[in-house]
Design a protein around this ligand. Structure first.
Ligand code: NAD
Length: 299
């Protein structure tokens, strides 16, 4: 493994935890975990032999861990809906998830657009209003600072369509599922353009000069995500991979961690294990707005 070393320090409790991974043998280290938690994970964690799980209850222990990134490292960060949850933007799955109120096939697919473009615009108009009111949280700011430090050695790939990474100061976020505040024509090859309007029914569907309908610049189910060439190039160079707030079920992003497995250390940050948890070197369990600022140390 060529990635940086990882040291987790709980300085407040004067505890030091070093996690060592050698030849695929992982020493699972526990600190401040109750015996019932240990028993639960011993019984239920299918990744027990290959993965280290750090449960960071902020009320129990202050995690001042540091992911050390060497000068040679190239860092790939993948963010999902969870990083914006603390900014008030609902995630897709889980309690309060967007898809509990809408069926995705009715609002986020090419068929939905053909069948009822007004309903699609109603859904994306709601999302535009919610996103317009949101402000970046410490997770976004931490990644923006990391970009300033690492510059082109950091590749930030987001599945999110909000602009919170940019608002926090990230300059090169790659939006693989599109951008909420952009629209494009569904007929001609005009470039996507900035658009903050809301188009609630019964408003007409906006039209392009070519006669086509203006649609949200979003990658819908059944469409190919954007910038995949750049993304896979960056993955092929990455030595550190960090996924934040993504449930690990939507492809192709869910497979990125497997793509880097042979040469990169991989970390997950979020309150619960993702579906692809087994593929990560380590999972840091907690809210990203609370954990991310402590993971990289002073920059
Ligand atoms: P998700 O809703 O599937 O998962 C959100 C994750 O965030 C969960 O694992 C949750 O534990 C975690 N989370 C919740 N609060 C958090 C916090 N405070 N800090 C960190 N993590 C937190 O979202 P996803 O994984 O991003 O979904 C993948 C992508 O699928 C989405 O970004 C979206 O682009 C796409 N998607 C698209 C459509 C569509 O219509 N095109 C529909 C559904 C999903």
């Amino acid at each position: 493994m060529t990635g940086g070393t990882v040291t987790l320090k709980d300085t407040s409790a004067a505890r030091l935890l070093c996690v060592e991974t050698q030849l695929g043998i992982c020493l699972r280290s526990w600190f401040a975990a109750t015996s019932s938690e240990k028993q639960y994970h011993a019984r239920n964690d299918p990744c027990a032999s290959s993965q280290t799980l750090i449960r960071a209850h902020s009320w129990r222990v202050t995690l001042r861990g540091v992911i050390e990134i060497s000068r040679q490292d190239r860092v790939f960060i993948l963010t999902g809906a969870g990083i914006s949850a603390e900014s008030g933007i609902p995630t897709f799955r889980g309690a309060g998830g967007l898809w509990r109120n809408y069926r995705f096939e009715e609002v986020a697919s090419p068929r939905a657009w053909q069948r009822d473009p007004r309903l699609v615009w109603e859904f994306y108009s709601i999302r535009r209003r919610v996103a317009a009111a949101a402000k970046p949280n410490p997770g976004h700011f931490t990644l923006a600072q990391l970009e300033r430090t690492l510059q082109d050695r950091l590749f930030l790939c987001t599945q999110n369509v909000d602009s919170l990474h940019e608002q926090a100061g990230s300059r090169r976020a790659v939006h693989m599922h599109g951008e909420l505040f952009k629209s494009r024509c569904d007929r001609c090859d005009r470039n996507p353009f900035d658009d903050t309007e809301t188009y609630d029914p019964p408003a007409d569907i906006p039209r392009c000069a070519c006669g086509g309908q203006i649609r949200p610049h979003i990658c819908w189910f059944g469409e190919v995500p954007y910038h995949l060439d750049r993304i896979f190039q960056a993955l092929s160079e990455a030595t550190v991979f960090i996924a934040v707030g993504t449930s690990g079920v939507v492809e192709p992003a869910a497979s990125f961690v497997a793509h880097v497995r042979d040469r990169a250390q991989s970390f997950y940050v979020g309150p619960e294990e993702p579906a692809n948890a087994c593929a990560f070197t380590k999972c840091f369990l907690g809210k990203s707005g609370e954990l991310l600022p402590s993971l990289f140390g002073p920059q």
